[in-house]
Design a protein around this ligand. Structure first.
Ligand SMILES: [Zn+2]
Length: 88
């Protein structure tokens, strides 16, 4: 399986992942999953509010880049239909 060197979307450290895989290092896998569950719950509670990534980051008090990381990695293709990817 080919691998590639990428920057972890959660902590920013360089890490090796399978090609085409999510850009997350082994240290951050648990945190990534917990954050995903938190965001999913938040979105469900605010369905139709059209939350932006920034709104979600502020409500959960986490780095906006981490939410962007989840969205970029396809976590919310279905669950996050109401989420605006960027503040425009
Ligand atoms: Zn990491």
């Amino acid at each position: 399986m080919p691998v590639e060197l990428v920057k972890c979307g959660m902590c920013g450290k360089a890490t090796v992942v399978e090609q085409g895989g999510r850009h997350v290092c082994p240290m951050c896998l648990d945190e990534e999953h917990r954050l995903y569950v938190s965001v999913r719950t938040l979105i469900r509670d605010h369905e139709g509010d059209g939350l932006s990534i920034k709104d979600v980051a502020e409500m959960l008090e986490v780095d906006e880049n981490k939410i962007t990381h989840l969205v970029d990695n396809g976590y919310f293709s279905l669950a996050l239909r109401g989420l605006r990817p960027y503040d425009r």
